[in-house]
Design a protein around this ligand. Structure first.
Ligand SMILES: [Zn+2]
Length: 545
């Protein structure tokens, strides 16, 4: 029996809540058919359920405790100075599917998958996704790829243009972008999706591959900006929303048609989605509770300069960072980290993932004693966060985790001590860089209506899949499942398990299931510092940080 090809189709932010609405309207006949003839269910994302963290797990089959991506940035606390750099593939501490497949001599095509930047020479065919600096960077491989697509009349785009606007104020930038019934947004979205669709069909038919992975961002963007309109048939934006969900269904149908004979289609999300209730500023909360203290603005600026010099950043980025004022995105990972008055601070925000305690012996200017004092402070912060209420007196936190409970393993440098999760029905987006808001919870941005949730989607269809199977899976299970389908040795590192129950018994008995083995990760030589500026701007333009 020949090895089935696997096509992994990512629907960023996909949730059954929304998909079922359009399925019931008869707008997604292809996805309906796939559910009927295949296996489907829910896919639990990582905590926190942020795109870079979730995709790192999807690509590696392990949780954040092993891949070490906890947010949009990766923090280092050394020499009393906290520095942050943006999360990307070079920071992922374990081999990704692309490294593993290269070592097994298997061919991959990877299009727009977050956290695949920077590409490596052994990657096969790749165009990187979110966390790619810009179309000026080396975001694809082999070198002639974009020209080859252009010769086919395909104008590939990394993302929608909101990320490229000049306006630095986030509210003004996105309000303008979404004006006029979202006309510019929808046109952009259509263009990006259409060009990506054509790219996929061209490569699918003209190149040889064992595993093809692609991520479509359509749903994530529509749900972030227009969540309320999804539920309102009379909204002027509703027709365009329907159009886009129909287009996604058409894409799914076309791909499935082309691979169903000798392959398996895996559809999954990186996280789910739900309503957005406003913003939470944990640094403001810590400050108001007396745990966190800042230096005066003047000394903060001096500290930034000192840190930038120390980091040895290029002149261009140093100038940009030194010149920026207020709580701009460029300062996100630098300012919040350098402005701390260590002698008084017992807890502070860390990266874009949680709260860290200023612990003696670990943090250079730590003042909290390890042991009892640390444990008591952690318990105190946890119970205060769990008791946090909104304007109506309703508690908003679902859980506040100790890092070792959540990730099983812990390091002392890169992760926060406490990670919190909002309730599904009172979700607030967390903005870590804001330290000067009047209140730690507010109504948030007018352009934002939806935000991430943990529960996402999963569906499998094709040869060997047992029709009508229902599944409850975790994001770490995806890679082990793909490797089970292709009868490849599992990695000894995997936290996830192959979803064997999704397959017919005959298909299972045909797998040899070779013993698990070790895969390696070649360290990447990257000089990314001068590109970070662009990624931060892009993420800001999309409303992520
Ligand atoms: Zn996402």
């Amino acid at each position: 029996m020949t090895t089935p090809k696997v096509f992994l189709l990512g629907l960023d932010g996909g949730t059954w809540k929304v998909l079922n609405r359009f399925i019931e309207k008869g707008l997604m006949p292809n996805i309906s058919k796939i559910i009927e003839n295949g296996a489907s269910g829910t896919l639990a994302s990582t905590i926190p359920y942020l795109t870079p963290v979730a995709w790192a797990s999807l690509l590696t089959g392990v949780g954040p405790g092993k891949h070490r991506i906890f947010g949009y940035s990766v923090m280092k606390n050394s020499d009393g100075v906290i520095t942050g750099s943006l999360a990307n593939r070079s920071k992922v501490k374990v081999p990704t599917v692309l490294d593993i497949y290269a070592q097994l001599g298997k061919k991959t095509i990877s299009i727009n998958v977050p956290m695949t930047y920077p590409p490596r020479p052994h990657d096969g065919i790749i165009i990187t996704g979110l966390m790619t600096p810009s179309s000026e960077s080396r975001y694809y491989h082999p070198p002639g790829l974009i020209d080859e697509l252009r010769a086919q009349g395909i104008d590939y785009k990394i993302d929608i243009s909101a990320a490229r606007d000049e306006e630095t104020d986030l509210d003004r930038r996105l309000t303008a972008y979404l004006a006029d019934g979202g006309k510019r947004f929808f046109n952009d979205l259509h263009d990006v999706t259409e060009q990506r669709y054509r790219t996929v069909l061209y490569l699918l038919e003209n190149k040889s591959w064992d595993l093809f992975q692609v991520n479509f961002i359509t749903m994530d963007r529509i749900q972030h900006y227009l969540w309320k309109h999804i539920w309102d048939d009379s909204s002027p934006a509703f027709e365009r929303i329907q159009e886009h969900f129909s287009l996604i269904d058409e894409i799914v149908g076309e791909i499935y048609k082309r691979i169903a004979g000798d392959g398996i289609l895996v559809i999954c999300s990186d996280h789910g989605f739900g309503e957005y209730h406003g913003n939470f500023y944990p640094a403001v909360w810590l400050k108001q509770q007396g745990y966190f203290h800042e230096k005066s603005p003047y000394s903060a600026r001096a500290a930034i300069k000192a840190i930038l010099r120390r980091l040895g950043l290029s002149g261009k980025i140093r100038k940009a960072l030194e010149g920026s004022k207020g709580s701009g995105a460029k300062e996100l990972i630098y300012k919040t980290a350098s402005n701390i008055l260590w002698g008084k601070t017992r807890a502070y925000v860390y990266s874009t993932s949680g709260i860290r305690i200023n612990l003696k012996g670990r943090d250079q200017y730590g003042i909290v004693e390890p042991g009892e004092e640390y444990e008591n402070l952690r318990a105190e912060l946890r119970s205060k966060l769990l008791a946090l209420t909104d304007g109506n007196g309703k508690t908003v936190m679902k859980e506040v985790y100790y890092v070792e409970d959540l990730y099983k393993v812990r390091d002392t440098e890169e992760e926060p001590d406490l990670i919190f999760e909002f309730k599904d029905d009172s979700f607030y987006a967390t903005y870590y860089s804001v330290t000067d808001a009047p209140h730690y919870l507010d109504k948030g941005y007018s352009w934002k209506q939806g935000d991430h949730r943990r529960e996402g989607i999963l569906a499998l269809a094709g040869i060997g899949v047992k029709a009508g199977t229902r599944m409850e899976a975790s994001i770490e299970d995806i890679l082990p499942t793909i490797m089970f389908i292709q009868d490849l040795p599992q990695s000894v590192m995997f936290d996830g398990k192959a979803l064997v129950n999704a397959f017919a018994s005959e298909f299972i008995s045909q797998r040899r299931q070779p013993p698990p083995r070790q895969f390696s990760r070649e360290p990447l030589e990257v000089h990314e510092d001068e590109k970070e500026d662009e990624v931060i701007d892009r993420l800001k333009g999309l409303g992520y940080i």
